[in-house]
Design a protein around this ligand. Sequence first.
Ligand code: HEC
Length: 123
Amino acid sequence: MKRSASALLLLLAASTPAASAQQAGGDLNETQLLGRQILAQSCGVCHLPPSLNAKTYGPPLNKAAAAGSDEVMRVFILNGTDRMPAFKYYLKPAEIDAIIAYVRTVPVPAVRAANDPKKGETR
Ligand code: HEC
């Protein structure tokens, strides 16, 4: 009895990493994986939190970024803003497409989702 219970625990423990690995990008296609890589290299310094819940210089990039519009996001990336560099000379159009494809797979965190409608009103 005790023996089979510990075998079950072992089985559960072994299956957990695989399940979370899938959530962390196992379902991404090649384009989205490329986008994630470019984003980490070119945009991470301002857009990815160095640790969980840390503040970033730029807004979080997820499904809801750039008002949910791929075209608006493309313009942001191409031209930048006063506080964000333009990437039109650094990234190829296909690389920008890949970034957008990846960002659209990133879910909106629960806390942000509650704040987003307000943010949308001011823009
Ligand atoms: C030097 C820091 C910096 C880098 C590098 C940077 N950004 Fe930004 N980004 C910002 C800031 C700051 C904003 C907010 C707009 C502003 O205040 O001008 C922003 C805004 C955005 C927005 C609009 C978000 C929204 O919902 O309003 C998108 C999309 C975006 N960035 C994508 C990218 C991508 C993709 C890259 C990499 C190719 C990148 N950024 C690199 C700083 C940066």
